[in-house]
Design a protein around this ligand. Structure first.
Ligand code: F6R
Length: 366
């Protein structure tokens, strides 16, 4: 049942190239320049008239929502807010008929997300679901939606659900950008082509496994870990930290890299591993100076870089090389070595990777 893998989590990490393909199959037609998603198509007017998109979710799905915020605003110029469903439901939020609410959930059963959806519906918003489980409570409660096609996710730590959620959300943003004319034709076509070959790049990113294992062996006994990223990769830093804490029980925090100097840099010493997501696209020069700041305080840098990178290589203590893609799609790639790193650390610490203590696969009570 684990398909020859030691754990469901590892199997699910390795399934990502194929489940991303399953998720865009029939929807992404790169050569024709078409994205076909019936849920979006049938409700196009609602999306185009939206004054705002509010994304509600919990945990890893909330991280996918944060990535989507950056993508939707960049591609469609529709203002986006992302909220923890648990906060949204209890704070008397301002919601109206011109709002589109997107609820993201792997299980489709998360109690807080469900309650947020009901509240948004009561206030007259149009609610769109991005769920993995067909027939789940959330897919039934939402007005419309697009499923991710990740297949059953058994490991408690979410992996393939995250990357397939991002895949769906990118396609939605591209479809709306086309309708709104907010992306140039060239960019639109380029993103379609790039998304089509993403599974190949994810496959290549999985080749970091041996390197991740090597690094895991060095840091398996650390008590703390920081994850830094900027832009599209800031949410990936949060997700990397969540994966590490939930399966290895190591204290980890994710930050936007520039926030370091507003406090967390006080934690840096020669015992603090700092994982920096530093692909060539994006805010590369900024991240290089963040790395320098950490090195000058004796922090240990583990950097995720684009293949062939030389500048960060010269600064970092350890590097993990990933294939190049455009900035907006990079979370689909940068997240892979972080999943592998957490996995190996947890295994080496003798943790129950698939069923970490105190956690349940779906949180059906608040
Ligand atoms: C983290 C994890 C949780 C879930 C969260 C939301 O690895 O699995 O943080 O992401 O409980 O669950 P869903 O997506 O089922 O609503």
């Amino acid at each position: 049942e684990k398909g020859g893998y030691d754990h469901f989590m590892l199997k699910e990490i390795y399934e990502q190239p194929s489940v991303i393909t399953d998720t865009y199959r029939g929807r992404l037609h790169a050569n024709e320049g078409i994205i076909q998603m019936s849920g979006v198509e049938d409700n196009l007017e609602k999306f185009l008239n939206a004054e705002r998109i509010i994304i509600v979710a919990c945990g890893t799905s909330w991280h996918a929502g944060l990535v989507a915020e950056y993508i939707f605003e960049e591609f469609t110029r529709i203002p986006v807010e992302v909220e923890y469903a648990s906060e949204f439901r209890y704070r008397n939020p301002i919601i109206n008929r011109k709002d589109v609410v997107i609820a993201i959930s792997q299980s489709g059963e998360t109690a807080d997300t469900m309650a947020a959806i009901k509240l948004a519906k009561e206030k007259g918003a149009f609610v769109y679901g991005v769920c993995n489980v067909v027939g789940s409570s959330i897919s039934r409660e939402t007005h419309a939606g697009s499923h991710t096609h990740a297949g059953p996710e058994i490991g408690v730590a979410s992996t393939k659900a995250f990357t397939t959620q991002i895949t769906v959300l990118i396609m939605m943003a591209l479809r709306l950008a086309k309708a709104k004319g907010t992306l140039s034709k060239t960019d639109f076509h380029r993103y379609l082509q790039e998304l089509e070959i993403i599974p190949e790049k994810v496959k290549e990113a999985l080749e970091t496994d041996a390197k991740a294992k090597e690094i895991a062996a060095i840091f398996k006994n650390t008590q703390n870990c920081l994850y830094l990223g900027r832009g599209y990769n800031f949410p990936v830093a949060l997700e990397g930290a969540l994966k590490l804490k939930e399966i290895s029980y190591i204290h980890a925090e994710g930050y936007p890299a520039a926030e370091m100097k507003h406090g967390p840099i006080a934690l840096i010493d020669e015992h603090m591993p700092v994982i920096v997501i530093a692909p060539k696209q994006g805010h590369y020069d900024k991240i290089v100076s963040n790395i320098q700041e950490i090195k000058s305080r004796s922090g240990i840098i583990i950097a995720v870089v684009t293949k062939g990178d030389t500048q960060v290589r010269g600064l970092a203590d350890y590097i993990i090389e990933i294939p190049e893609t455009s900035d907006a799609l990079s979370p689909l790639i940068t997240t892979i070595p972080l999943q592998l790193l957490s996995y190996h650390i947890a295994v080496m610490r003798g943790c129950n990777v698939d069923q970490p203590r105190n956690l349940a696969k779906s949180v059906t009570v608040e």
